[in-house]
Ligand binder design. Structure first.
Ligand code: SF4
Length: 915
């Protein structure tokens, strides 16, 4: 039997590289050069933690070895571990490493612990391991030889995943909810029940809960929902505040409340807090609370089967086996933010996880052999029976716009993190005719071009039975396929770059690209990043190409419309062979056909506009998308000038009660909260509803626990000074710094200059867009290690919930001005010019500041590096927060001291005392 301690191990950080020979206690750990480490890894498989990260540290992308994370995913599927030496030691309850050079020994201990688990009689995830290992051995997974002696062959053959998963049950539709009125006293009683006996009585939360109950009252007029805008400062306890009336209403009316969030963090928190109001399961075994996500989040079992049967090769095939192992133990099959560790995908190839979900709407519904076990179908059914559905803004909007089942559309909705509703509506109701989008449509209609082992076979294969039964339907399928061959196909970008586009759409994209470059005004500043240009004064030739492209799209749309009519006819006058599942499949096909027809119509409208006057409701532009100087898409984009207009029509109008709540719903100007603007941005005026408003101030003591420092001596554009400032703040605070940037370019440059220096002082630095780790995992790493610091961009400004010691300081690289895009210019002109910009900046500052104080015991510094921070933006911070302009050295002193009000301010100007 292989002795795990006999396996040599490698650890690489920014501070150095260490290799430990095999041989247990007698093994020696020594510091080596990167070159030596690469040679050692090439000679023999080395234990390592997170191979892509080690490869990144060594600057050698082809590194491979025995990755402990892969072993963890195999031995403990559907369990989580922070992918750091400390996280691994915690998860396995082995002695942690005391320093970087102690990590290789830890890796050996961890490997031993995991292998020991495989031998244990009570290993909870034993079922399926032996069979999976046989497949992984055939795929030459590096761990399979090591693992083989530890995993006993089972006495009886193990069930194959697809036989093992439970089937969902069909249930009748819920009757429509009863019209009930909830008394305020009941709400207070329920709130007491949810907060628990002995909990401190919070008046702000009580008032908030009573206001929230108003959206559940019966509606007085058709298309006039109750709308409440509720601002609740951090720490009010808003989740339980709205769950109190929501749970009362759901129980009294037998209806469903949807709570929509923007971040996965809040979804997780809601899942936990809802357990106070509802049991895990009802007496009949169904779940009263369900988390529902977009279908692209869930594992598609048919795609997995395809991948395991040869659809995936190399490393991706190993990933498919790992995912199958996880699927057998997963709570709900959610691959993004569920119980599949976020790091698993990044250990393998980039698109592996996405290819296992149903990204392209290729689901064949009842035609799928796994339909009755499908995670997506299970989630949809469970949400139809739930009292509380926890979803996200995008899903709620997509469901309202094109949900399959009108009866399941949400009618009572709480949008938490309501300040994000505008952006979510902006993307949901956007239209984009780009090469990538067109290629997706082509694949959906035609199927893959080259010989594919997979099941993706396009429209003809999906509707083969209808096509052979109904002649007109068959002809429509043929015509659509023929017409779709004029859409771009694989290699389109290469052809455009070489000046050899093929077909009307590629011709158009080629002209769009040429014009975008011709009119690029960024002066090379944005080299490597996306560029765009407005749609104005277009050359005649481009307009002509747009017309040709529009005709090509219309030639696809017509047969698809016809096919939809034929499918309807088949359903109405059903042939004998059409059983229940067949009917469900055709209904599914008709539904997905419907939204492709709408998509094509939107694209045609976009092309029509190129030759005519602009529509003032929309903002249109051309863009070439690039990342690291590599072009990846070209296209025409359209956004609503005010996306809350379609939102109001599609989401608000059919609803009975909607609440938007957030800590930053209103803009805080010098004159106070700007409710007028918040009401305009809610969309309510578009349906002539005057929303109710309410506000509750945060109970936190910002005056004593937070301090805003505006550092005035770092010049804008001085990169060495910027990097130096970040390093010194991290050193002064001893880690625990969240660094926020508005440009990826600067983030990378700063990281590159300071990561090594900090690592040598025992202060690990992580960064979005640099480390090959997904954002959620980066935040987990940051939370788990009080010496770690994290650099990031937009997603971190609003999605980080790190209460306690781990986050002690937020550093902004400057004033977060909005990017001067074409869309921004149009909205700025419509929204009052610089007032519009100020509102955006104040909102960003308030959100970023919100990361700092998450609980009543938190404290810390919020730092902005800006020589010219306009005073009118200072109202972004909670009233009473001390704000000081000072030099870098003074700021460093204050950070090193920690937050204390007794500090010496003699050289600094305390703005809110002076002004
Ligand atoms: S029903 Fe659709 S989504 Fe579910 S497994 Fe089958 S093809 Fe995939």
């Amino acid at each position: 039997m292989a002795d795990p301690l006999a396996l040599p191990a490698l650890h690489a950080s920014h501070a150095g590289v260490w290799v430990r020979a095999g041989g247990g206690a007698a093994g020696q750990t020594r510091g080596v050069s990167k070159g030596e480490a690469i040679m050692a890894a090439a000679d023999t498989p080395l234990l390592m933690l997170n191979a892509p990260l080690v490869a990144n540290r060594l600057g050698y992308p082809d590194l491979s070895g025995l990755d402990l994370l892969e072993l963890f995913a195999f031995v403990r599927p559907a369990e989580f571990c922070v992918p750091t030496p400390k996280g691994l030691a915690d998860a396995l309850a082995v002695d942690p490493a005391t320093s970087d050079d102690d990590v290789p020994a830890l890796l050996q201990r961890a490997a031993a612990a995991l292998l020991r688990q495989c031998e244990a009689e009570d290993w909870p995830q034993r079922e399926g391991a032996w069979s999976a290992l046989q497949s992984l051995t055939r795929l030459r997974w590096p761990w399979s030889q090591v693992l083989a002696p530890y995993i006993k062959r089972p006495e009886r053959a193990e069930k194959w995943l697809f036989a093992k998963l439970p089937e969902w049950e069909e249930a009748p539709d819920r009757p429509q909810p009863a019209q009930v009125q909830i008394a305020e006293a009941e709400v207070e009683g329920q709130l007491d029940h949810l907060t628990g006996t002995g909990a401190e009585r919070r008046e702000g939360q009580r008032a908030y809960a009573k206001s929230a109950s108003k959206v559940f009252a019966p509606r007085d007029a058709q298309r006039r929902p109750h709308i409440l805008l509720a601002q609740a400062g951090t720490g009010i306890g808003k989740t339980l505040g709205y769950l109190a009336p929501a749970s009362l209403w759901a129980s009294a009316s037998r209806g469903t409340v949807w709570v929509s969030t923007f971040t996965k963090n809040l979804q997780r928190q809601l899942r936990g807090e809802s357990a106070r109001a509802w049991p895990e399961r009802r007496e009949d075994g169904t779940r009263p609370v369900v988390v529902r996500k977009g279908r692209e989040n869930y594992l598609c079992l048919l795609n997995l089967e395809d991948a395991m049967q040869g659809g995936f090769g190399g490393r991706a095939a190993i990933l498919a086996q790992m995912v199958a192992r996880w699927a057998a133990y997963s709570r709900d099959g959610d691959m993004i933010g569920g119980d599949l560790p976020g790091w698993l995908g990044t250990l393998f190839r980039k698109r592996g996880i996405a290819a296992l979900t149903d990204q392209r709407g290729e689901c064949v519904y009842a035609g799928c052999p796994h339909y009755r076990k499908c995670f997506i179908e299970r989630a949809a059914r469970a949400s139809a029976q739930a009292d509380l559905v926890i979803a996200n803004h995008a899903l709620v909007m997509v469901n309202a716009a094109r949900g399959r089942d009108a009866a399941q559309r949400p009618t009572r909705i709480v949008f938490d993190e309501g300040h994000h509703v505008f952006d979510a509506a902006d993307s949901t109701f956007a239209a984009a005719l780009t090469g990538q989008e067109a290629i997706e449509l082509r694949r959906w209609i035609v199927g893959p071009e080259r010989k594919s082992k997979g099941r993706r076979r396009g429209l003809a294969a999906r509707l083969a039975d209808v096509a052979s039964y109904d002649e007109a339907g068959g002809e429509a399928v043929e015509a659509a396929i023929e017409a779709a061959r004029h859409l771009p196909s694989d290699g389109w970008l290469g052809r455009i770059n070489e000046g050899e586009p093929y077909g009307p759409l590629e011709n158009l994209f080629s002209a769009v690209r040429a014009l975008t470059f011709a009119r690029d005004e960024s002066g090379g500043q944005e080299a490597g990043y996306g560029i765009e240009t407005e749609i104005a004064d277009l050359p005649g030739q481009l307009i002509e190409l747009a017309q040709q492209a529009a005709s090509a799209l219309s030639a696809i749309r017509h047969p698809l419309v016809k096919l939809g009519v034929r499918l309807e006819a088949v359903l109405e006058d059903a042939p004998d062979w059409l059983d229940g599942p067949g009917r469900a499949r055709i209904e599914g096909a008709r539904h997905s056909l419907g939204w492709r027809v709408d998509l094509l119509a939107a694209w045609e409208a976009l092309l029509e506009r190129l030759g005519g006057p602009a529509d003032p409701e929309f903002v249109d532009w051309f863009a070439v998308d690039r990342s690291d100087a590599r072009e990846f898409d070209i296209g025409i984009h359209r956004r609503w000038l005010d996306p809350m207009k379609p939102f109001a029509k599609v989401v608000l109008e059919p609803a009975h009660g909607v609440m938007l709540t957030s800590a930053t719903l209103t803009d805080r100007t010098d004159e106070g909260a700007d409710w007028e603007d918040a009401i305009t941005r809610s969309g309510a005026p578009h349906i002539e509803v005057a929303p109710l408003t309410t506000a509750a101030e945060s109970p936190f003591d910002y005056t004593a626990r937070a301090e805003v420092l505006i550092v005035t001596d770092i010049k804008r554009g001085d990169l060495p000074a910027l990097a130096g400032a970040y390093a010194r703040f991290i050193e002064a605070a001893g880690g625990g710094v969240l660094g926020l940037f508005t440009a990826i370019r600067r983030l990378r440059a700063v990281y590159g200059r300071i990561a090594d220096r900090l690592a040598r002082s025992g202060l690990p630095l992580y960064a979005q867009h640099v480390d090959p780790i997904d954002t959620g995992t980066l935040v987990d790493i940051f939370r788990d290690d009080r010496t770690a610091s994290l650099l990031g961009t937009d997603a971190l400004r609003d999605g980080v919930d790190v209460p306690g010691e781990s986050l002690r300081c937020v550093v902004l690289e400057g004033v977060p001005w909005p990017r001067p895009t074409i869309l921004h210019r149009a909205r700025r002109a419509a929204g009052g010019g610089s007032r519009h910009d100020d509102r955006i900046i104040r909102a960003r500052l308030a959100q970023a500041f919100g990361r700092l104080i998450r609980g009543k015991d938190d404290k810390g510094h919020f730092i902005v590096l800006s020589p010219a921070f306009p005073s009118r933006l200072l109202s972004a911070f909670p009233p009473g927060t001390p704000i000081t302009r000072l030099t870098l050295d003074e700021a460093l002193q204050r950070v090193a001291q920690g937050v204390c009000r007794a500090g010496d301010n003699s050289n600094a100007q305390i703005l809110n005392e002076v002004e």
